[in-house]
Design a binder for this molecule. Structure first.
Ligand code: FEO
Length: 400
């Protein structure tokens, strides 16, 4: 059965949810699924904005057909060519052979890479600032290269003031009936997944996001329709503000994330003691992660969220404990910057982790590693409690 909703008088959400997928991109765990949003504009011409993932293909096609109500599909705007949105293009071409595809110069080579159908006579190539009339509606194209693929563009419907924002302003998490931001408790139920989505998928491209935000500022946007997650139809400054902070790599909150790795509990014990010292020094906003039980995407999300990070890990094969090393590599790949970090290390005969973690942080931009990193041999002893306390006081002074 079809399952769609009206967004405006002429625009319909025709996407679908996937609550079966374990790992988005075969990497990121999906606790609460994901939605693949697609939108159908019923004007003098019918225009679909992006397709959907193959996994939800049947529902998606049924939704499109139901909203079309016997009309044909005239245009598909391809804002993004990643397969979670483009996979169904081939099926759309089969169903609607007269459909034309609207994309930019980088879109069509990618379509030919992913598909074998003949593009001859089907392409409408647009560039920055071009407009396209569908009848009552005028579409205006805004290029958004590397947010987070090179062909990405956004489409602005000047008539209804709707921005089709591709992955921008998207989120992990399936839509549970409510498809608009004002139909959910976003802070309670969505913000963490929106941050995890942004930081892990788009996080590396902060500068490009800033460029798009500047372009968007010149448009009168009333509704934002992203390819994942809720549609924003009020309080737009809230989500635009979050994107501004995240893409500038500014912390969202003053607080401390403690991420520790521990093989037998001794480094964990040091992290626990340190957390209590922080609390006794007055820090209230502390979160702790055992990185062996926390997916690295959660660690990345919280490292973007908090102003201060404590990394604690043992030495392993004369290097950094592998899961901590992976976390650091991910931080580097996603270009996290401008955080203050305290390092706690451990090693039973040749402790190296403090030095190696500090060195890897030095490869990232704007990371301040606090003096007084603490290295223990096997386990924390009374003699080192004062060192630890001194480090916790430095953090407390900055956070409070
Ligand atoms: Fe949701 Fe970049 O694809």
């Amino acid at each position: 059965m079809y399952c769609f909703r009206k967004v405006t008088d002429a625009l319909y959400w025709v996407g679908a949810n996937d609550r079966r997928l374990e790992l988005f991109e075969n990497i990121f765990p999906l606790r609460d699924g994901v939605s693949y949003n697609s939108y159908l504009l019923m004007d003098e011409k019918t225009v679909l904005f992006d397709a959907a993932d193959y996994a939800v293909g049947r529902q998606f096609l049924e939704n499109v057909q139901a909203v079309l109500g016997g009309r044909t599909l005239d245009y598909l705007v391809v804002n993004h060519m990643e397969p979670d949105h483009c996979a169904m293009i081939g099926d759309l071409v089969l169903r609607y052979p007269d459909m034309k595809l609207i994309g930019n110069a980088k879109t069509f080579p990618m379509i030919s890479q992913f598909f074998d159908f003949d593009l001859e006579g089907k392409m409408v190539t647009v560039k920055e600032g071009d407009t396209f009339s569908t009848g009552k509606h005028t579409l205006h194209f805004v290029m958004a290269p590397m947010v987070h693929w090179p062909e990405v563009m956004m489409t602005y419907d000047e008539t209804d003031k709707v921005l089709f924002s591709a992955d921008g302003f998207g989120s992990f998490k399936a839509l549970n009936g409510g498809i608009f931001n004002d139909e959910v408790d976003f802070d309670r139920d969505w913000l963490d997944e929106a941050r995890r989505y942004y930081t892990n998928i788009v996080g590396k491209y902060g500068m490009q996001v800033q460029n798009v935000l500047k372009k968007a500022a010149s448009l009168d946007i009333q509704i934002i329709c992203p390819l994942h997650g809720v549609i924003w139809r009020n309080n737009l400054d809230y989500i635009i503000g979050k994107y501004d902070i995240w893409s500038k790599y500014e912390p969202e909150e003053k607080g401390v994330m403690i991420a520790y790795a521990s093989m037998y509990g001794n480094t964990e014990n040091m992290a626990e003691v340190f957390a209590m010292m922080l609390s006794e020094a007055g820090v209230k906003n502390i979160c702790m992660h055992n990185i062996s039980k926390t997916h690295v995407s959660e660690l990345i999300s919280d490292s973007f969220k908090y102003s201060h990070i404590v990394l604690a890990a043992p030495t392993y094969n004369n290097g950094i404990y592998p899961l901590m090393d992976n976390f650091l590599e991910d931080m580097k790949a996603l270009a996290l910057k401008n955080r203050t970090v305290a390092v706690l290390g451990n090693g039973s005969w040749a402790p190296q982790s403090t030095k190696l973690i500090t060195s890897k942080l030095g490869e990232m931009k704007g990371m301040t590693v606090l003096d007084g990193a603490v290295t223990v041999k096997s386990s924390l002893k009374d003699a080192q409690m004062e060192e630890l306390k001194s480090l916790s006081r430095q953090i407390a002074q900055e956070v409070l």
